[in-house]
Design a protein around this ligand. Structure first.
Ligand SMILES: C[S@@+](CC[C@H](N)C(=O)[O-])C[C@H]1O[C@@H](n2cnc3c(N)ncnc32)[C@H](O)[C@@H]1O
Length: 396
């Protein structure tokens, strides 16, 4: 039996039983995860339907994940790779079918131009997004696949491009950091913007060695020579000098990623107010990363983002951390042209993306900037009253 089916079935089981997302489950395999990720991602929209078909025709099937992977390939290409008993059962019990042609929609994807290896022909990409520069929404084709393979364009969800697009960057000689960098989407996007503005570097930290390997490979592939990747714990790292800009996109529940939800329970929900032990522990980590970043001497702007829809990982993290930093830092309006904003006080300044209504994954973005002036006495009094009250508010 082909290894990809074995790995794919393991990934599906891990997600179902351990309540982790698709990416997290793929990385647990400790091998080249791209083909498995791509396969599972394609299956997700029809996974439930495939499993129902199997249950109808093969009631005592012992490995429904493995069988649905093989049935997917069989109905898509008419073939199943390798051999084995499960393959033979599928070929015996199922006829070729137009099921996938009817149920799989033609895929559209967002792509962003790689500033280090720009494509010669951008006409094929159509019209640029109105809010995010160099971002395009296109239908998959052989030519697009080739451009992605050549690293001329990067496949990246629109929402995931919003954080870096929110940064208000100026010309100069400054460095940046990405506190939690792999697989490097935001690092690479910032590297592209920085190339035109600063002679400095991005220091990109990643704790997980497998994910670090992927980050390093991508930096090389995309020729982003202004990025230095560091395999280590950001919370223990000594921060280089002259860092003015930071991205804080820490590990989160991933609850804004629709594919995670599809695979977990087959239905999609957005639950901003959900609080669980796991979410509490994630938000504790997120606060630590943001706090360390705001303590960097001379830091001018810090971008905080997650692909979570839960307030406890989003607005609450920003509020809790700012309650100790408000004298020096303030929230500024991130991506003003985007309509959907955050919840609660200062919500207007933050960005929210709803995965059910905004045709991209769920996301949260907050932009924090150092105050340019010392606060006047009256403002300090008023603001202090506000934040000292906040310290006692429980956000759940
Ligand atoms: C949400 S992902 C980052 C996604 C990335 N910003 C992008 O756009 O491609 C969070 C990453 O932080 C890493 N991470 C978790 N704890 C860390 C730590 N203490 N130091 C550095 N990286 C960490 C995780 O392994 C994971 O790869």
């Amino acid at each position: 039996m082909s290894q990809i089916y074995k790995d794919g079935a393991k990934v599906l089981k891990l997600i179902k039983t351990k309540n982790i997302g698709l990416k997290g489950a793929c990385f647990k395999l400790k091998r080249n995860v791209r083909p498995i990720y791509a396969l599972i991602n394609k299956i997700l929209p029809v996974r439930k339907k495939l499993e129902n078909e199997i249950q109808k025709k093969w009631k005592d099937c012992e490995d429904i994940e493995l069988a649905s992977l093989m049935l997917f390939d069989y109905w898509k290409s008419g073939k199943i790779s390798g051999g084995g008993a499960v393959k033979h059962k599928i070929m015996e019990k199922f006829k070729p079918s137009k099921f996938l042609a009817k149920n799989l929609k033609k895929q559209k994807r967002w792509v962003i131009i790689n500033q280090f290896k720009k494509p010669k022909n951008t006409k094929i990409l159509g019209k640029q997004d109105e809010i995010i520069p160099d971002l395009y929404c296109i239908e998959d084709s052989a030519e697009i696949a080739k451009m992605i393979k050549n690293s001329e364009i990067i496949s990246q969800e629109k929402a995931s491009c919003m954080p870096v697009a929110s940064l208000r960057l100026k010309k100069g000689n400054w460095n940046a950091i990405d506190a939690c960098a792999a697989p490097g989407n935001k690092t690479l996007q910032l590297a592209g913007r920085m190339k035109k503005l600063s002679t400095g570097k991005i220091y990109a930290y990643e704790l997980n060695p497998n994910r670090f390997g992927l980050l390093r490979r991508r930096i090389k592939e995309y020729r982003a020579d202004n990025v230095k990747a560091i395999n280590g714990d950001y919370l223990k790292a000594e921060i280089p000098k002259n860092v003015k800009v930071a991205i804080v996109d820490p590990s989160c529940s991933g609850s804004g990623i629709i594919s995670h939800q599809l695979i977990d329970n087959g239905k999609i929900t957005v639950q901003p107010d959900l609080v669980t032990e796991r979410l509490k522990s994630l938000s504790y980590f997120q606060e630590k990363v943001l706090t360390k970043t705001l303590n960097i001497p001379g830091i001018q702007q810090v971008l905080y983002s997650t692909c979570s829809v839960h307030k406890i990982e989003d607005e609450n993290v920003v509020h809790n951390v700012l309650s100790s930093f408000w004298r020096k830092f303030k929230l500024v309006k991130a991506l003003p042209k985007w309509k959907r904003r955050g919840f609660g006080d200062y919500g207007e300044l933050m960005v929210r993306v709803n995965p059910l209504e905004d045709k991209t994954q769920g996301f949260f973005v907050a932009l924090i900037k150092r105050r340019s002036l010392r606060l006047g006495h009256h403002i300090i009094k008023r603001t202090h009253r506000y934040w000292s009250k906040k310290k006692h508010i429980k956000f759940n």
